[in-house]
Design a protein around this ligand. Structure first.
Ligand SMILES: *Cc1c(COP(=O)(O)O)cnc(C)c1O
Length: 375
């Protein structure tokens, strides 16, 4: 029996061609021709003041925590229903993640719970755009402005998604993208930091270049380069950037194909929702998503466990994720919750993600049929 994987990285066919060009160019360290192409594409596409490729979204969030100047004891508001890197980046600087519940419709941070979590130590809000669907950014930016907080978007899943016409990752002061092979646009491991507030532009370059002013030196703005700040090595080499460039050229196409697959799930599962057997994703008005994920919500943990096992028997790999951070060992040690996290606990137990990758088309019919019979 052929098994249908949960994810299958899509290659455009031009990756090796561009990698060969990088090889011929003989520039293999970071910030060569392909990195520059990727930066220009990201800036044009998102409207970000500056885009910088990194090793990963995790690295981008680490940089954001340094740029936000997080000091020991500073608090950072975020959802508990997210990947560990959202919190780790701040904990590494001595910060304290403060977890707020999610909205039952989008599973994004509940913006109405944010103000109650603010204390004199609060420095930043980190909205996570779950499944590439936007958080309520107008409300979040308004709260941030009134309380003088930074907004750092964890837009790992949200490349090519928009909120009221604005690219996710380019709404807050800083934004972080992931190009991990499980995301939509990929380079194996990879990411980008979007700097939307130009106050942070120069320091972002310095932090990314081991705390040196190397970028300014290469632009001829200074006559020697030296150690000026904290930092690390966050830039990817040209081979990775060359691979990523092939993906960026196809980004529109990849997104369209994923949206078609997403819509087929959405239409095929509508009757099951009417019959009360599952709940489908909800996309609020003003949000254009990128079909990063198709998930369903089942009635209970027991039901989900049973459905996963039944699908597995039929060769369909459907998965769940995120032990909410507030119930994880490190989350308990380093973070705290603000208020009850009722929806987080409830939805994390009932969510099931279906296989979604470019090329699934025929196999998708089988996933749908197996799901119909398992429910
Ligand atoms: C994938 C993901 C990350 C981490 O991305 P990497 O590029 O693997 O570091 C962070 N946050 C969220 C919400 C993610 O989905």
């Amino acid at each position: 029996m052929d098994t249908i994987p949960f994810n299958k990285p899509y290659m455009t066919g031009r990756e090796l061609w561009y990698i060969a060009q990088a090889h011929t160019n003989g520039h293999l360290a970071g910030d060569g021709m392909f990195t520059k192409k990727c930066h220009a594409w990201l800036e044009a596409r998102t409207g970000a003041h500056k885009a910088l490729l990194t090793h990963s979204c995790t690295a981008s969030l680490d940089m954001a925590a340094m740029l936000a100047d997080i000091q020991p004891g500073d608090e950072v508001i975020m959802p508990s229903y997210t990947f560990v890197s959202t919190a780790n980046a701040f904990v590494l600087r001595g910060g304290v993640p403060v977890f707020v519940d999610i909205r039952p419709d989008t599973l994004n941070i509940d913006e109405t719970g944010i103000e109650a979590a603010i204390t004199p130590r609060t420095k930043a809000i980190v909205p996570v755009h779950y499944a590439g669907v936007a958080c309520e950014m107008d409300a979040i930016m308004d709260i941030a402005q009134r309380h003088k907080l930074l907004v750092i978007e964890d837009a790992a899943q949200a490349v090519m998604s928009t909120y009221k016409g604005k690219s996710l990752g380019a709404v807050g002061h800083l934004g972080a993208y992931s190009f991990h092979e499980t995301k939509n646009i990929i380079s194996g491991e990879g990411g980008a930091l979007l700097v939307n507030d130009d106050r942070f532009a120069e320091r972002a370059e310095i932090i990314r270049e081991k705390g040196t002013n190397r970028s300014q030196f290469f632009r001829g703005q200074i006559d020697k380069y030296t150690w000026v700040d904290i930092g690390s090595s966050y830039l990817p080499g040209e081979v990775i950037a060359a691979f990523l460039w092939a993906q960026m050229e196809e980004a529109q196409n990849i997104t369209q194909k994923r949206l078609d697959i997403w819509r087929r799930y959405h239409e095929a599962l509508a009757p099951l929702e009417v019959a009360g057997k599952l709940r489908r994703p909800i996309i609020p008005e003003g949000c254009r998503h990128n079909a990063h994920m198709y998930y369903i919500l089942l009635e209970s943990l027991e039901k989900r466990t049973r459905v996963i096992a039944q699908l597995k028997e039929q060769g369909v790999n459907a998965v769940f994720h995120y032990v909410p951070l507030h119930s994880s060992p490190a989350g308990k040690k380093y973070g705290r919750s603000s208020g009850e996290l009722r929806h987080t606990d409830d939805l994390a137990d009932r969510l099931l993600r279906l296989p979604l990758w470019v090329g699934i088309d025929e196999a998708q019919q089988k996933v749908i049929a197996q799901l119909q019979s398992a429910l």
